[in-house]
Design a protein around this ligand. Structure first.
Ligand SMILES: [Mg+2]
Length: 388
C-alpha cells in the first residue's frame, strides 16, 4: 500500500522587492510599478513522514483568489497516495472546473502539484531534475532584474557588469516604451558596454503592435540578440508567427499564458523560437511537462519564465539546452541559494526541489490554512471537502 497524505497547509506571503520595478506595461500606463510578489505556498506531509513544498505566485492582484480556491479543493487530497500525481491533479482540476481549467484555478493547483513532485523526488532520494531525467547538471542563466525601465541607463549598465562578475551568463533588458528610439538608445548603450560576445536579450512585455514590432526587429537584426521577448500581445499567436517568419532574430513568448492549450497554439502556429512556459502560471509541473514534450517534438527551445528555483530542474531535464531566467525576488523566502558560476546555474544536488522555507518568511505571511486527515484513518478513501 502506498503512503497517505496526512496534512496540507497553505500560506499566502507578500514578499517585498528591494526596489519597485517598471516594465513596458507601466510605461504605457497599463500597470503600476511592481513592488512585491505574492506567493501561495503548499506544504504536504504524509503518514510515512515525508514532506513536500510547492508554490505558485502572482504579481499584483490574484493571490487571494488562488489561496481561496486552493482551500476549497484541498480536502480531496487527504488520505490519498501522494505519488498518484496525475490522478490527484485530475481530481482537483475537476473539483474546480466550474470556474475553468486554466488561470486562477489551475495556478492554485500549481502549488499543490509542485509540492507533490517535490515529495516524489524526495521519496526517490533524487533532485527533481534527475527524477524527471536530467540532460545536464547546470543550465545557462541570464539576468533580468537589473534591466527594468525605471533604472537610468548607467544603473542598467552597472548592474549588467555586476551580474557578469557574479557568474551570470547573459543580460536581458526591458524595451517597449512609447518612444522606440529611447529603447534603441538604451539597447545600443548596453551592447557597447558588454561587447559583442555577451548574450543579450530584450523584452517588450507585449506593448508593441505588429508594425512597431517588425520595425524594431529589423532595426536590431545586426545586434545578434539571443531573442526578442513578448514583442506583441501574449494572445496574438498569428502575429508572433508572422514576426518569427520575417526576422532572423529569434522570437520568445509564452510567460503570460495560463493553460496548456494556449501554449500549444504557439507551437502549432510556429509562433516562437523560444517557448517560455512558467510552471505556476500554466498550472504546475504536470501540465508544464505536457507542453514541453510538444515543444521538443517541434524542435523548439524552451526558456522558462521566472521562478528559477523550480525551472532550474526543468531546464536541466529538457533535451535542448536553453536559458533559465535569473530573478532573485523569491530568494528571501527560502533558506537555500542557487549556485552560479561560469554563466551557469547548478542544479541543486539535494533531493526534491532542494528548498525549505526560511524562518524570516513568517514576517511576510498574510494568511495560512491547514487541513489534516482524521488520526489513525486506515482506509484509502478521502474525507469529503465538506468536512473542512
Ligand atoms: Mg518577460
Amino acid at each position: 500500500m502506498g503512503d497517505r497524505i496526512e496534512s496540507v497547509r497553505f500560506g499566502h506571503y507578500a514578499v517585498p522587492l528591494a526596489q519597485a520595478v517598471s516594465d513596458a506595461k507601466v510605461a504605457t500606463g497599463r500597470q503600476r510599478p511592481l513592488s512585491q510578489i505574492d506567493v501561495l505556498t503548499c506544504e504536504i506531509t504524509t503518514r510515512d513522514g515525508l514532506a513536500g513544498l510547492g508554490f505558485s505566485y502572482t504579481t499584483r492582484a490574484g493571490c487571494r483568489a488562488q489561496f481561496a480556491h486552493a482551500k476549497e479543493v484541498a480536502g480531496n487530497l487527504l488520505g490519498q497516495d501522494p505519488s498518484d500525481i496525475g490522478r490527484l491533479y485530475d481530481v482537483l482540476l475537476w473539483a474546480g472546473a466550474s470556474v475553468g481549467r486554466s488561470g486562477v484555478a489551475t495556478q492554485a493547483l500549481a502549488a499543490v502539484d509542485v509540492a507533490l513532485w517535490d515529495m516524489k523526488a524526495k521519496r526517490a532520494g533524487l533532485p527533481l531534475a534527475k527524477l524527471l531525467g536530467a540532460y545536464r547538471d547546470s543550465v545557462r542563466t541570464y539576468n533580468t532584474s537589473g534591466g527594468y525601465l525605471q533604472a537610468p541607463i548607467e544603473e542598467v549598465k552597472a548592474r549588467a557588469t555586476r551580474s557578469l562578475e557574479e557568474g551570470i551568463g547573459g543580460i536581458k533588458i526591458k524595451v517597449g516604451q512609447p518612444d522606440t528610439r529611447e529603447d534603441l538608445r538604451r539597447l545600443a548603450a548596453v551592447r557597447e558596454q558588454l561587447g559583442d560576445d555577451v548574450p543579450l536579450m530584450v523584452d517588450a512585455n507585449q506593448q508593441w503592435d505588429r508594425v512597431t514590432a517588425l520595425r524594431f526587429g529589423r532595426a536590431v537584426e545586426d545586434l545578434g540578440l539571443v531573442w526578442i521577448e513578448e514583442p506583441l500581445d501574449a494572445y496574438d499567436a498569428e502575429g508572433h508567427a508572422q514576426l518569427a517568419a520575417a526576422l532572423d532574430t529569434p522570437i520568445a513568448t509564452g510567460e503570460m499564458l495560463a493553460g496548456v492549450p494556449e501554449l500549444v497554439r504557439l507551437i502549432d502556429l510556429r509562433a516562437v523560437d523560444y517557448l517560455q512556459p512558467d510552471v505556476p502560471r500554466v498550472g504546475g509541473i504536470t501540465p508544464y511537462l505536457k507542453v514541453v514534450a510538444l515543444a521538443d517534438h517541434a524542435h523548439l527551445q524552451v526558456a522558462p519564465h521566472f521562478v528559477m528555483e523550480i525551472h532550474v530542474h526543468l531546464a536541466a531535464a529538457y533535451p535542448r539546452e536553453s536559458w533559465v531566467e535569473h530573478i532573485e525576488w523569491l530568494s528571501p523566502l527560502f533558506e537555500e541559494r542557487l549556485e552560479i558560476e561560469g554563466g551557469r546555474m547548478r542544479v541543486p544536488d539535494r533531493p526534491g526541489l532542494g528548498l525549505s522555507l526560511a524562518a524570516r518568511a513568517a514576517a511576510w505571511r498574510l494568511d495560512t490554512a491547514e487541513y489534516r486527515a482524521p488520526a489513525a484513518r486506515g482506509s484509502s478513501s478521502a474525507p469529503s471537502p465538506g468536512r473542512l
